[in-house]
Design a binder for this molecule. Structure first.
Ligand SMILES: Nc1ncnc2c1ncn2[C@@H]1O[C@H](COP(=O)(O)OP(=O)(O)OP(=O)(O)O)[C@@H](O)[C@H]1O
Ligand SMILES: [Mg+2]
Length: 216
């Protein structure tokens, strides 16, 4: 599905990746581990092209993004690729001025032009899936970390992405909230979603991974 081939990335003088090959295989969970600063978030962000690579190619057939495209062409292809992926950011990044339901319906309504009623129906079933159906009218400031993270997962799924990218979904959570979020991710895995997850937690990593990569 998503293929990275010969990927290179540098920030100034610092070479973060060189010749990186990685496949995100449909229906499988790829876990990315490694110490702080090793490039885990950057790797996820290159997979969905929030960060550009300097060498190699990112493919999500039929989209192909080689390094060095002119900006307009890169932007067109990156947008097309991004519409087929969902991202759960390190630190949730919910829209603070929108309630839970509106957070989840925003992208389908604006980007995909799904009518409000249909978007809300879908959002309610996603919120059910993550155990947050009772919270549709609450605002992000009134959610615990674990609740916010589960809403962020529902929001990322709302555009029906082919692959879901999760950046340290449990790093800021207490053990109880972590268990809730891990249950949700385990459910997604059992339903056959394609997942790529960054984590610092070796127990969680080994529990969920079909493929485990460690950045050195
Ligand atoms: N836009 C940027 N400009 C310059 N350096 C950057 C940029 N983004 C990331 N870096 C550097 O690249 C390295 C990798 O950063 P990244 O955020 O990918 O690490 P990480 O593995 O996700 O770390 P953490 O576990 O702390 O989240 C770090 O040294 C970081 O300072
Ligand atoms: Mg990170």
């Amino acid at each position: 599905m998503i293929e990275l081939r010969g990927l290179g990335k540098r920030f100034g003088e610092r070479v973060l990746f060189e010749g990186l090959d990685l496949d995100l295989v449909p229906g499988r969970t790829t876990v990315i581990m490694g110490r702080s600063g090793s490039g885990k978030s950057t790797l996820l962000r290159m997979i969905n092209q929030l960060e550009r690579h300097d060498a190699g190619v990112v493919r999500l057939s039929p989209i192909e993004i080689p390094a060095g495209l002119p900006h307009a062409e890169w932007s067109r292809r990156a947008t097309a690729l991004r519409r087929r992926t969902g991202m759960v950011f390190q630190g949730y990044q919910l829209f603070g001025h929108l309630n839970v339901l509106d957070n989840v319906t925003l992208a389908p309504r604006i980007v995909q032009r799904v009518p409000r009623a249909a978007a809300e129906q879908q959002a309610r079933s996603l919120l059910e899936l993550v155990g947050m159906a009772q919270a549709v009218t609450r605002f992000p400031a009134r959610l615990s970390g674990g609740e916010a993270q589960r809403v962020a997962i529902a929001r990322a799924l709302a555009t029906q992405p082919e692959v879901l990218l999760l950046d340290e979904p449990t790093s800021a959570l207490d053990p109880g909230s972590t268990a809730d979020v891990v249950r949700v991710i385990g459910d997604l895995k059992a339903r056959g979603f394609t997942l790529a997850m960054v984590t610092h937690d070796p127990v969680l990593g080994h529990q969920l991974a079909d493929e485990l990569i460690e950045l050195d």
